[in-house]
Design a protein around this ligand. Sequence first.
Ligand code: PGA
Length: 239
Amino acid sequence: MKPILAFNWKMNPQTETEAAALARASDETGVIVFPPFPLIHVARENLIRAKLGAQDVSVSESGAHTGEVSSKMLESMGVSLVIIGHSERRKQGEEDGLIVQKALQVARHGISPLLCVGETAEERGSGREEEVVTRQLRAVIEALAHEGLANGLMVAYEPVWAIGTGENDTPEDANRVAEMILKIAEGYKLSPRVLYGGSVTSATASRYIGKHSVLGGLLVGGASLKLQEVRNIIVEFLL
Ligand code: PGA
């Protein structure tokens, strides 16, 4: 099975012109592009084979919520996945309760949540990564399963200390946590794709996905903004 490559642009690029070029370079079956909201239109116009994602969503349906974006809007834009629980949002104060509400909100609109889970450096230092990831995952999976909405769930294991730092988890540790995620999901009769994320580049990608790995793809941030990196990763894994 070919891997899924999820490209999280975060608050980049800064112009429509750059976004168009980046989207064109990323346009391949198996890719999901997550542009910032103002660039979703541009990405959509330039994606034929790749899927369109979004980086966040409101917990509300509609109404007086300045700065928020609803699931219905994303649905009408053709967005098929939304990143939920990214560590950069957890750092802004998003906790499990809110993350669960967001996951339910998108799933009710037929959009798949891409749930990010992962431990901080301190938590890893005290050997608590499995405990933290279990808590983050169970909260969401339980709520989705309760409403019969868990089928589209995708999970990204992203150790917080490896995001944007250039630090890499070992493939063994990444697989160990991914196996645990799959085991928990199995308890709900689910077998979600589990992606790995955290400073992945074209030079390190093959360590995580391949024959001996249970990981089904990668969530790429920084490297997904560089045309050459995007091309290298797509050529290696999708063509
Ligand atoms: P990074 O970001 O590849 O820049 O570490 C990954 C992510 O946060 O999704």
